[in-house]
Write a protein that binds this ligand. Structure first.
Ligand SMILES: Cc1cc2nc3c(=O)[nH]c(=O)nc-3n(C[C@H](O)[C@H](O)[C@H](O)COP(=O)(O)OP(=O)(O)OC[C@H]3O[C@@H](n4cnc5c(N)ncnc54)[C@H](O)[C@@H]3O)c2cc1C
Length: 230
């Protein structure tokens, strides 16, 4: 992986504790939607490096990563970055890329697990893109990262199923967690769908159980776990 020193362009608060940070895109830096980069920051503990999926589209002029601020030293340093600060990135890496000949793709993601998916959605050509269903789990409707952008992208080839854990009475979407019932209500899993799962380890383990219950073979699932198994 090539390593680059790049300048911070700016930050965008997505909702409550979810933050996007944009960096200069080095000349000649190319990546496939779904891949990640390794970001190195100077933190209170010295130099720390963590992987982050690109949340920017492949054609965007900048690079973007998006994360949930946790209180860790790394996230404290990330949220303190200001335009012009320099950081080190290395990338791209990873194999979470949708083969060009897939015709049906179902995403099962929660919270910041949306990052590789928003990159894919931002990068695709809506005329030739596979038929896509995004099952998107979040704790509360008031903090669904990229909700407006996803709503704007939704249409003939992209449908979105929001599943919210703590829903107010007026919530019209699904409640609780993504379950086999919710998935089966929208598609027939045996009908050529490629299932893509991404997110924190707890979320990924829960989605693996959903895939098992749906009898999805390993060959029809792509999984990106944002850390060691839960
Ligand atoms: C391929 C890949 C892609 C990834 N893509 C993304 C992505 O797009 N977005 C993303 O957010 N993450 C992504 N990750 C995970 C990311 O690399 C980090 O591991 C993750 O964000 C947690 O880092 P952290 O610094 O918050 O927590 P860690 O330091 O790893 O600690 C784990 C947890 O401990 C708690 N904690 C730690 N320190 C403190 C403290 N001082 N005070 C209070 N609580 C604390 C926090 O709750 C934290 O969540 C990816 C990982 C991989 C492997």
């Amino acid at each position: 992986m090539a390593s680059h020193e790049v300048a911070v362009i700016g930050q965008e608060a997505r909702c409550s504790d979810v933050l996007s940070v944009r960096f200069e895109r080095p000349a000649g830096y190319t990546f496939a939607a779904g891949q990640y980069l390794a970001l190195t920051l100077r933190t209170a503990q010295g130099r720390e490096t963590k992987p982050f999926s690109h949340s920017s589209g492949t054609g965007d002029p900048h690079l973007e990563v998006t994360t949930r601020l946790s209180g860790s030293t790394f996230k404290a340093a990330l949220s303190a970055l200001e335009p012009g600060d320099r950081v080190s990135i290395a990338g791209p890496a990873g194999r979470l890329t949708i083969p060009a000949d897939e015709r049906r793709v179902a995403f099962l993601v929660g919270g910041v697990g949306i990052t590789p998916v928003i990159s894919m959605l931002r990068s695709r050509d809506s005329a030739t893109a596979p038929e896509t269903v995004l099952f998107y789990g979040n704790r509360e409707p008031s903090c669904i990262p990229f909700a407006d952008e996803i709503a704007a992208l939704a249409g003939e080839r992209l449908s979105v199923v929001h599943v919210v854990e703590e829903a107010p009475e007026e919530w019209r979407g699904e409640r609780g967690f993504i379950t086999p019932r919710i998935v089966r209500g929208r598609l027939d899993p045996s009908d050529g769908w490629l299932f893509v799962v991404a997110g924190p380890p707890v979320m990924v383990s829960a989605m693996e159980a959903v895939l098992d219950a749906l009898a999805v073979p390993a060959s029809r699932a792509m999984i990106e776990r944002f850390g060691p198994p839960a």
